[in-house]
Design a protein around this ligand. Structure first.
Ligand SMILES: NC(=O)c1ccc[n+]([C@@H]2O[C@H](COP(=O)([O-])OP(=O)(O)OC[C@H]3O[C@@H](n4cnc5c(N)ncnc54)[C@H](OP(=O)(O)O)[C@@H]3O)[C@@H](O)[C@H]2O)c1
Length: 327
């Protein structure tokens, strides 16, 4: 699969990566065997970038990646993790001593001396304006605990503040056919500054596969049941912040736009990957079939221009008013 450079870090990531929140928790049950098959299917389909976090299953996702990669020295996969959400979400917690402790834990979980890429995990907004925070991250690089750092953000404004920092390698942000504001507000600035863009929640939590109906029931321990109104964390992380009923109807219209040879999920992934400035798109997968189908999106022919026009029209008509004010 084609790789792209992650901005200033010089590191490389496959155009389609793998999100591994599913291998931790919050998406119903994915057992250890299934988790391993997902990682294997992705890697064997050419994926060279895994996104994880210390908080996914409280380390379970990181450990699953370590167990898999430990047995496969033939693979060269860049692992990006995140830190900062295992404590109360207040700016006072974002200090060097805590960073070192979080880093020690992730290095143990991932079984490495130095982490490839560490992202601040949607910290409180003032964190992005703190010189001390970014000085501490520079110290972590100097101490060779991390090779590079980035941020995972909720809003376009946070992304722009982070991009202005000289050593931020990457910004992870929600970008998909139901979340377009980053296209015009963030991607041009990231390109100019040489900052990589990691596009998350690319399928709007699965909505863009077009397979859910208004009657679909998700497991009780799945955030698509318990976080629809933002009860547990930012509402934008669940169905991309789109109200479920609207999302299902709009997803049916989206599915009808898939060119021959594309599934609706592949249309979404390909639409994202073709946006100038995107480094990698990181769909989450709950089974190996999804991981393989998502990786295959990278090898499909380029989308026709009409697809971009129709997707934008759908977004403006059905979705824009629900999401643009907030994120
Ligand atoms: N704050 C943050 O930094 C943050 C927040 C959210 C996510 N992330 C990262 O971004 C990654 C991706 O986002 P996400 O997992 O939240 O959402 P997503 O990728 O938009 O949706 C994932 C879900 O879509 C469905 N799916 C995946 N591939 C499919 C396919 N080929 N066909 C049909 N359905 C498919 C699966 O659900 P079903 O099988 O249940 O239908 C899967 O669990 C995460 O894994 C995580 O690494 C980071």
């Amino acid at each position: 699969m084609d790789e792209r450079v992650i901005g200033r870090s010089g590191q490389r990531a496959s155009v389609v990566g793998l999100g591994t929140w599913q291998l931790g928790a919050d998406w119903g049950d994915v057992d250890d065997k299934e988790a391993r098959s997902v990682l294997e299917a992705a890697a064997e389909s050419g994926v060279t970038f895994f996104d994880t976090a210390d908080v996914y299953g409280d380390g379970r996702s990181e450990s699953a990646i370590a167990a898999f990669l430990g047995g496969r020295p033939d693979l060269h996969v860049l692992v990006a993790t995140k830190m900062g959400r295992r404590v109360e979400q207040i700016p006072e917690n974002y200090v060097l001593d805590n960073f070192r402790a979080w880093n020690d834990r992730s290095r143990r979980n991932l079984g490495v001396d130095r982490l490839d890429l560490v992202q601040l995990h949607c910290p409180p907004t003032p964190v992005y304006s703190s010189d001390e925070v970014f000085d501490a991250l520079d110290t972590m690089v100097a101490e060779e605990r991390i090779a590079a750092y980035g941020v995972s953000v909720e809003t376009c404004a946070e992304a722009l503040t982070a991009i202005a920092r000289p050593n931020v390698a990457s910004v992870q942000i929600i970008l998909n056919p139901f979340r377009m504001k980053p296209l015009y507000e963030v991607l041009p600035a990231a390109r100019q500054a040489g900052v990589g863009i990691i596009a998350r929640v690319p399928l709007a939590s699965g909505l863009l596969s077009g397979k859910y109906t208004k009657d679909t029931v998700f497991a009780a321990d799945d955030h698509r049941t318990y976080n629809r109104q933002g009860e547990a964390f930012d509402q934008g992380e669940t169905f991309s912040g789109v109200d479920y009923a609207t999302g299902v109807e709009a997803a049916a219209e989206f599915a009808a736009l898939a060119p021959e040879g594309y599934t609706p999920a592949q249309l979404a992934l390909r639409w994202i990957a073709e946006q100038p400035g995107v480094t990698t798109v990181i769909p989450g997968a709950r089974n190996p079939e999804q991981a393989r189908a998502n990786a295959a999106a990278a090898k499909l022919p380029p989308l026709p221009a009409e697809a971009f026009i129709a997707i934008r029209e759908l977004y403006q008509r059905r979705i824009k008013d629900q999401v643009e004010q907030r994120w």
